[in-house]
Design a protein around this ligand. Structure first.
Ligand SMILES: [Zn+2]
Length: 396
């Protein structure tokens, strides 16, 4: 398939590396409940994986869990729950929600706290290569030491610094040489959990855990690195810098793939605005099939406004697909095979799910009205494409 790469800003072909399509998607920080922002990102990449596998390509899919992080520690303290207990509870809840919308487990689902040896090894390697430095027990990546740093941001230094500051950067950390330098390892603070390292007790920064897992499970060159659009900078810029400086191999990633944010009632759906629509609440009133259709109905790279009306519309679509799959009527008119090829081409071309769903509905309508050349082939295509979209199509 052809997929848009946010770094080069062009479509790139996804071709297996050593016979396997290598795919990494940044995972959750388990301190809160799964909402539609999570659902959209993980449904998009789950469907992409289904498409690639349907095309006969073996996919190796890795995802992390940021189980040690400022947010996990803060929320645990607020609730009076141990940080690791909170992480376990919220990870289980997230996985239950994903299973409920038919998002399959990655091949490796890895906690940051289970990757400490790999993290320490890469941080040490970055110091050896002269792109990272230690100060007072913390280690930082030096953005000035990497001439390519920030290519992912497509913007100048002041803009990068402003964005980084809005997304968790501490520009006034006195240990840093440059306010945009980012932490690879942070020295122990009183009362926090810590791990041993050559720089003393501490814990890893967020960006390094993803790099450690990508390099360990997938290698220095991978096909798809995905996540929500807000991860493009600084998180993915930092990952890119770490991986390429450590391995010396480029490009680290064929397609940096970003899913547009989810809005609700005109604003970004976010914890801080308190406008979250939870997956578990939506599933009380709607089926998983309908929710997946609604989440895939719009171009994945664009922002998406979640509305209940879309899910209600999608319920009707699912009913039409089911009915057409079980009682398709032939008679002439459109070619089922041509529609099938058009649908698969749409998915193959930068994952155009809106066009695929539009054609799928057209096929179901034609098959319902006796306006399709081959009823059997029409029914089989509805089940086949429905399965690629992750719907319960085998039961139709
Ligand atoms: Zn990541």
């Amino acid at each position: 398939m052809q997929l848009y790469d946010s770094l080069r800003r062009t479509l790139v072909p996804i071709q297996p590396i050593d016979d396997v399509v290598r795919m990494y998607v940044c995972g959750i920080t388990p301190y809160d409940t799964s909402h539609m922002g999570h659902a959209r990102t993980y449904v998009v990449f789950d469907t992409m994986r289904r498409l690639l596998e349907w095309q006969g390509l073996p996919v190796l899919y890795v995802q992390n869990v940021t189980d040690i992080d400022d947010d996990v520690l803060r929320k645990g303290a607020e609730l009076g729950v141990a940080w690791d207990e909170l992480g376990r509870r919220e990870t289980e809840s997230f996985l239950r929600n994903m299973a409920a919308i038919n998002v399959a487990m990655p091949d490796h689902y890895v906690k940051a706290t289970d990757s400490m040896p790999e993290i320490v090894e890469i941080v040490s390697g970055l110091i050896e290569r002269g792109v990272a430095y230690e100060h007072n027990g913390s280690v930082y990546f030096s953005v000035q030491a990497d001439p390519n740093f920030g290519s992912m941001a497509h913007s100048d230094y002041p803009t990068m610094l402003t964005t980084a500051n809005e997304r968790g950067n501490f520009p006034n950390d006195p240990n840093k040489r440059d306010p945009l330098d980012f932490v690879l390892w942070q020295a122990a603070k009183p009362g926090e959990p810590t791990w041993a390292s050559p720089w003393g007790e501490g814990r890893p920064g967020w960006h390094i855990e993803c790099t450690a897992m990508v390099l360990h499970y997938l290698g220095p060159r991978i096909n798809i690195h995905g996540g929500g659009g807000d991860l493009q900078f600084p998180h993915h810029a930092c990952e890119l810098a770490q991986a390429e400086c450590y391995s010396g191999q480029t490009p680290h990633v064929e397609a940096w793939s970003h899913v547009g944010m989810v809005c609700y009632e005109g604003e970004k759906m976010s914890k801080s605005l308190g406008n979250l629509v939870l997956v578990s609440d939506t599933l009380k009133e709607h089926t998983a099939d309908a929710l997946r259709i609604a989440l895939l109905k719009y171009p994945y790279r664009e922002a998406y406004e979640y509305t209940d009306a879309d899910v209600v519309w999608a319920e009707g679509v699912v009913a039409r697909l089911q009915s057409a799959a079980s009682s398709a009527v032939g008679g002439g008119g459109q070619s089922a095979e041509e529609l099938r090829v058009d649908m698969l081409n749409a998915l193959d071309s930068d994952f155009n799910t809106p066009e695929c769903i539009r054609l799928l509905i057209a096929l179901a309508e034609a098959a319902t009205n006796g306006e399709i050349d081959d009823a059997e082939s029409a029914a089989a295509t509805i089940r086949e494409v429905g399965a690629i979209l992750g719907l319960s199509a085998e039961q139709w």
